[in-house]
Design a binder for this molecule. Structure first.
Ligand code: HEC
Length: 123
C-alpha cells in the first residue's frame, strides 16, 4: 500500500476510536488499576504512603496527592505527576510501581489518562 493510503487509513481509524471514547469512571476504571498496581504500597503501612503521603485507596487520597501537592491535574493528564511516573517520564528512582520491573500496561495507562482528561471526576 502507498504510504499516503496507510496514513489515510490510520487517520480514519483513530477518528473512529476517538468517536467511540466513552466517559470513564473512577470506581469502575481507575480504582481497579490502582488496586492492582499501587495500593499495596500506598495504603496502610505501605512505604509509598509513609514516604510520600500519597494514599491511593480512595478518591480523596488520590486527589489530595503527596506532601508536596496534587499528582492529578483534572483535564491535563500530560502534566499530571501520577501519569509522568507511570509513563516513566521521570527520574528512574521515582518510577512507579516502585522498584518493579513490570510497568503497568499501556491500555491501563491510557485509561488513567483519559479519566484525568475527562476531568478526574469522582464517578
Ligand atoms: C513497591 C511499592 C510501591 C508501589 C507498588 C507503588 N509505589 Fe508509588 N511510591 C512508593 C514509594 C516508596 C514512594 C516514595 C518515593 C520516594 O520519595 O523516594 C512512592 C511515591 C509515589 C509518588 C510520589 C512521587 C513524588 O513525586 O514524590 C507517586 C505519584 C506514586 N508513588 C504513584 C504510584 C502509582 C500511581 C503506583 C501504581 C501504578 C505506585 N505509586 C505504586 C512505593 C510504591
Amino acid at each position: 500500500m502507498k504510504d499516503y493510503l496507510k496514513i489515510a487509513v490510520l487517520l480514519l481509524f483513530s477518528g473512529l476510536l476517538a468517536g467511540c471514547e466513552q466517559s470513564l469512571s473512577y470506581s469502575h476504571d481507575v480504582l481497579p488499576i490502582l488496586k492492582m498496581h499501587c495500593i499495596e504500597c500506598h495504603t496502610g503501612a505501605g512505604q509509598g504512603l509513609l514516604k510520600s503521603g500519597l494514599e491511593l485507596g480512595s478518591y480523596e487520597g488520590l486527589m489530595k496527592g503527596t506532601h508536596y501537592g496534587p499528582v492529578v491535574k483534572p483535564g491535563d493528564s500530560f502534566t499530571s505527576a501520577l501519569v509522568m511516573l507511570v509513563e516513566h517520564r521521570v527520574d528512574a528512582s521515582l518510577k512507579m510501581p516502585h522498584n518493579r520491573k513490570s510497568r503497568i500496561d499501556q491500555a491501563q495507562i491510557e485509561r488513567l489518562k483519559t479519566w484525568i482528561d475527562q476531568g478526574a471526576k469522582n464517578n
